[in-house]
Design a protein around this ligand. Structure first.
Ligand code: COD
Ligand code: ZN
Length: 379
């Protein structure tokens, strides 16, 4: 009496309306169609981006939706044409797909894929499967997928091109963080900024993503890592992970970039924005040294006008780049999971809370209030 080919009824957290708590409901999850995989999610955590879609200020959100893009689980069944996965495999669903056919997938220069972005706003991408329907139904209504993942459901259906198979002995209650937060920050430092040994770095925003960027800078051998946040409570963890200095822009009597320039004899080699917003973007540029300063942007404040930049800031040698999911993809995430198992980096410091899935609204509040880094929710 397996579940293969049948509709599964299970619990999920549904965002029916912006500005309202998520509702734990019984949902129906349809079997996977061609090139789709149905997964039992074992553990999931919350990333700041999940909260944007249900923020009333974010006008483009598609509702009702099942959010969550930082999960790990086990394959329950596969649809026709799926060759790389089988029931029982441990997997991490990724919001970054890899179709292997488009010009981006064929280039070593990017983890971008044309299947990732059709609407030009990542937070409303991959809201339906390829046949333009959803696999989720609740109370007779079709529910949108989120970022092709929807890990706030005990069972979810994802495309096989959005799935990384990981080691059988992976600890799903920790490696779920590799689904977004850890990989996004760590990869921004290692793969995109390409932080070098002995360099000076500044990391803005010390959430799960920014702290992971600090882990990346430290792993790359940076000699000085300046951590910046408007919440002093974030500094202890930043120091534990390798930050050498911590600054709160609200407590300074001049712009934080000026302070960093003074501290580093002209500016840092690498700056990474893991907070977003035009002020932080400007500080990210201005705190780097002329000549070779490297600025990497990870955060997006969707209601913000972004960065205005003069060519003079660039012709003196700075470079600017954006980073999405830290440059990783379904082919490189399995190695990250093995690296974690082999002790290359520690995910423990990122886990501030563990709660049963039913307490997801408590976990969202902890994140919004700046009281958590990552809460692991267990189904
Ligand atoms: N200066 C310094 N720090 C700041 C400032 C500021 N002006 N404003 C906020 N912060 C700090 C906050 O106090 C907080 O500590 C930190 O920035 C942000 O941390 P979290 O825990 O709220 O957020 P994360 O780490 O989960 O996520 C950060 C992102 C930058 C990824 C996220 O906010 C974002 O911008 N997402 C949109 C981009 C996107 O869609 N990515 C794809 C999926 S993640
Ligand atoms: Zn995320």
């Amino acid at each position: 009496m397996g579940t293969k080919g049948k509709v599964i009824k299970c619990k999920a957290a549904i965002a029916w309306e912006a500005g309202k708590p998520l509702c734990i409901e019984e949902v129906e999850v349809a079997p996977p169609k061609a090139h789709e995989v149905r997964i039992q999610i074992i553990a999931v955590s919350i990333c700041r981006s999940d909260t944007y879609v249900i923020n009333p200020a974010f006008k483009e959100g598609l509702l009702p939706v099942i959010l969550g893009h930082e999960g790990a689980g086990i394959v329950e069944s596969v649809g026709p044409g799926v060759t790389n996965f089988k029931p029982g495999d441990k997997v991490i669903p990724l919001y970054v797909p890899r179709c292997r056919k488009c010009k981006f997938c064929q280039s070593p220069l990017t983890n971008f894929c044309t299947k990732f972005s059709e609407h030009k706003n990542p937070l409303i991408e991959q809201e339906l499967m390829d046949d333009k329907t959803s696999r989720f139904t609740c109370k007779g209504k079709s529910i949108y997928h989120f970022l092709g993942v929807s890990a706030f459901s005990q069972y979810t259906v994802v495309k096989d091109i959005n799935l990384a198979k990981i080691d059988d002995d992976a600890n799903l209650k920790r490696v779920c963080l590799i689904g977004c937060g850890f990989s996004t920050g760590y990869g921004a430092a290692i793969n995109d900024a390409k932080v070098t040994p002995g360099s000076t770095c500044a990391v803005f925003g010390l959430g799960g993503v920014g702290l992971s960027a600090i882990i990346g800078c430290k792993t790359a051998g940076a000699s000085r890592i300046i951590a910046i946040d408007i919440n002093n409570d974030k500094f202890a963890k930043a120091k534990a992970l390798g930050a050498t200095d911590c600054l709160n822009p609200k407590e300074l009597n001049k712009p934080v970039q000026d302070v960093i320039v003074e501290m580093t004899n002209g500016g840092v080699d690498f700056a990474i924005d893991c907070a977003g917003g035009s002020e932080v973007m400007k500080a990210t540029v201005d705190c780097t040294t002329v000549g070779w300063g490297s600025c990497t942007f990870v955060g997006v404040n969707f209601n913000d006008k972004g960065l205005t930049i003069s060519p003079v800031e660039l012709i003196l040698g700075r470079t600017l780049r954006g980073s999405s999911f830290g440059g990783w993809d379904v082919d490189t995430v399995p190695k990250l999971v093995s690296d974690y198992k082999n002790g290359k980096f520690n995910l423990e410091e990122l886990v501030s809370h563990t709660l049963p899935f039913e307490k997801i609204n408590e976990a969202l509040d902890l994140l919004k209030q700046g009281k958590s880094i990552r809460t692991i929710l267990i189904y």
